[in-house]
Design a protein around this ligand. Structure first.
Ligand code: AHR
Length: 324
């Protein structure tokens, strides 16, 4: 064998060796992170956007997502969490339907050394080490913002008493508890603002309509303001108000939370007065935090989403910018 042929053969062998080494190490490095995600359900336009955000971000980030829809039932979420533990996923993320009753299953995840990330809704557990971090909105602040808008609006008619009906979110859920608290805290500053009825509409359009019908039947024209804990219930209530022969947004002032496209359409049509933003676009942040958590990097205990307030006057201008 000539020197040139021998050199060529050696280089080819070296190339083949490095190619194999590279393939092996890149296959190792590319081992996808496996996340179990338990979603509340599909109760609202907000929730649909949240699910899309999480699924899209997982795909883009190369995360293998095991997604389970709990259909608004805590027992389904507990089952999903136990199944993720049995499957030994790298990380569990979930949006808890209600705040309480999570201690046991979270202890099981901790015992299995699987980190848990809360998204959107918080849990009420004594041992905060049962989850690593929370990514989502400040629901109390959202309630305060809704109340603040009403406080300002009420200044236009300082002598009038404003009777408010409230459509609450799912009983026992963090957004229902916190949005009620924040709103009450602010409107409490004006004794002329009175909540005369308050009931759950479970965050859905259908229930929002049904409960508003009952409010109208009981109180009729006494109702001046509707405060809905989400846009979907407000949209359902708008239908009920129209069917009762009244003008939503005029005869009854309507305040809601989320800032979904449907709310902007209602504001442009003059049927909704204001929506307080609550962003469902948590997917990209969740994937990046999950990587850090699994890599053992320190992460903040709480990551709060930055949000705004959109009154009807800005709806047409803002509508093209809305992402959900
Ligand atoms: O937890 C967030 C709330 O849940 C949203 O405001 C509501 O639309 C959803 O169903």
């Amino acid at each position: 064998m000539t020197l040139t042929r021998r050199t060529l053969l050696a280089s080819a062998m070296l190339l083949a060796f490095s190619a194999t080494t590279f393939a092996t190490s890149s296959a190792f490095a590319a081992k996808p992170l496996v996340m179990g995600f338990s979603q509340v359900g599909a109760e609202s336009e907000w929730r649909t956007a949240n699910t899309v955000s999480i699924k899209d971000a997982a795909k883009k980030d190369g995360v293998t997502l095991k997604f389970a829809d709990a259909q608004q039932k805590q027992e389904n979420q507990v089952k999903a969490l136990r199944s993720f533990i049995a499957q030994k996923v790298d990380v569990i993320a979930f949006s808890p339907v209600v705040e309480s009753g999570w201690d046991t299953v979270l202890r099981e995840a901790k015992a299995a050394k699987i980190p848990v990330i809360l998204t959107d809704r918080a849990v009420n557990v004594a041992d905060k080490s049962l989850y690593v971090t929370f990514i989502g909105s400040d629901f109390v602040e959202e309630g305060r913002r809704a109340g603040q808008w009403l406080l300002e609006h009420a200044k236009k008619t300082p002598d009038a008493t404003l009777n408010i009906v409230e459509l609450q979110g799912t009983v026992g859920s963090a957004p229902a508890i916190d949005r009620k608290e924040g709103f009450q805290e602010v409107i409490g500053k004006n004794p002329k603002l009175k909540i005369i009825r308050s009931q759950t509409g479970d965050f859905t359009r259908a229930k929002g309509k049904e409960v508003m019908e009952a409010f109208l039947k009981a109180e009729g024209k006494k109702i001046n303001v509707l405060y809905a804990h989400n846009d979907d219930m407000a949209i359902g209530a708008i239908q009920a108000i129209e069917e009762a022969g009244m003008k939503p947004g005029k005869d009854i002032i309507i305040i809601s939370i989320d800032g979904v496209k449907g709310a902007f359409e209602a504001m442009i049509a003059g049927k909704l007065n204001v929506t307080v933003e609550c962003s469902p676009l948590l997917g990209p942040q969740l994937m990046s935090i999950a990587r850090d958590v699994v890599a053992g990097k320190p992460v903040p205990a709480r990551i709060t989403t930055v949000e705004g307030v959109f009154p009807a006057e800005v709806a047409a201008k803002e509508f093209p910018n809305r992402k959900y």
